[in-house]
Design a protein around this ligand. Structure first.
Ligand code: HEM
Length: 225
């Protein structure tokens, strides 16, 4: 994780290379919405198969998880490659993940459960699989709400960063949710679990290296103190 001494890169900021690529985030948002359009067209054409609701639910849930993991990959990718463009699309990917998670939940609550609040609450309290997804969605909400430059300024970089580490918890819960759903063949959720572990390991290793470099740079007197 980044040290509080390093300035945050606020949404839309210039990279050290200084090029802004203003089209990049809108292109990612547009591209990120294509799967939704395709899903809508397939639903309209009755091409979602015998269990259309489950198919739509699974597609939306999977998109939410893929985009969440992609947004979490931005910083580690920058750390290992030095590329700055991933940081510029991190927010767009995170917001798309939240959007798909909401669409996933709404499909479940409205289409699958027929807006029966009691059935939804019963499901959340009685099925660990649904509870894991629900908590993941709850955790994503404050992150989406504080994703603006204004909220970053209001919270302060250190607090904002601490809050946004919840994205990792939400992703882990999303993977647990996936594990509990698949029951038998756990290959797919295992892939997401391994990816998350790798991203986390890169961040921890980078923080450790930074700490070591900082302690080497510190004058001998201040180290002894
Ligand atoms: C209140 C929140 C949520 C509810 C009620 C919920 C509900 C469901 C349901 C009912 C299914 C299975 C459909 C079926 O087996 O036919 C499912 C699948 C799934 N959900 Fe969720 N979910 C929630 C939140 C989330 C979140 C936040 C994520 C991701 C971050 C997520 C990711 C997934 C994935 C990856 C699948 C499986 C997709 C597949 O098998 O290809 N869900 N969810």
């Amino acid at each position: 994780m980044g040290s509080p001494a390093r300035p945050m890169s606020p949404p839309g900021a210039l990279s050290p290379a200084g090029r802004k690529l203003p089209w990049l985030a809108p292109a990612v948002v547009t591209g990120g919405l294509i799967p939704l359009a395709v899903l809508g067209l397939r639903a309209r054409a009755g091409a979602l198969g015998a269990n259309a609701v489950a198919e739509a639910l699974n597609q939306l849930g999977l998109l939410a998880l893929v985009l969440l993991v992609a947004s979490l990959a931005a910083t580690p990718l920058k750390l290992v490659s030095g590329w700055t463009f991933p940081l510029r699309i991190r927010k767009a990917l995170g917001l798309l993940a939240f959007f798909y998670a909401c669409a996933h939940f709404l499909t479940y609550a409205v289409v699958d459960q027929g807006l029966d609040a009691r059935a939804v609450i019963e499901d959340i309290t009685e099925r660990p699989f649904i509870l894991a997804g629900f908590v993941a969605l709850l955790l994503l909400a404050p992150l989406a709400a504080t994703s603006t430059a204004r909220m970053l300024k209001r919270l302060g970089a250190a607090r904002w960063k601490r809050l946004h580490r919840l994205a990792y918890v939400a992703a882990v819960l999303g993977v647990v949710h996936f594990f509990l759903r698949v029951k038998k063949d756990t290959t797919e959720p295992m892939i997401y679990a391994a990816l998350l572990a790798l991203l986390f390991a890169v961040r921890i290793a980078s923080a450790a290296l930074r700490r070591r470099a900082a302690s080497r740079r510190a004058p001998a007197g201040s180290r002894a103190a």
